[in-house]
Write a protein of this length. Sequence first.
Length: 108
Amino acid sequence: MTDYIPVPTIGEILREEFMRPLGLSAYRLAKEINVPVSRIQAILNGRRKITADTSLRLAKFFGVSDKYFLSLQNDIDIRELKTSLAAEISRIHDFRTVATGENYTRQT
């Protein structure tokens, strides 16, 4: 079995790549982007994901593209699901195999 490096959470990335270098607290960031402090704390603690609303606010504040944080969240979600659903996904045949019947036996 291959060991994988754990996928960082959006909270870890926000904290380590954006907040810590700028010396920002959760309170200060929340006030600057006009959201409740609890929202930032929940993101940092892995209890909440980035929404489109939060992505737009963070993007404006940090000077990145509007989709930056939302895309990052989606990438993290896909990487985690790809690992957890690997066995199930491997049993899905592509449509060409199903349509042509080529080496295809339906497993139920």
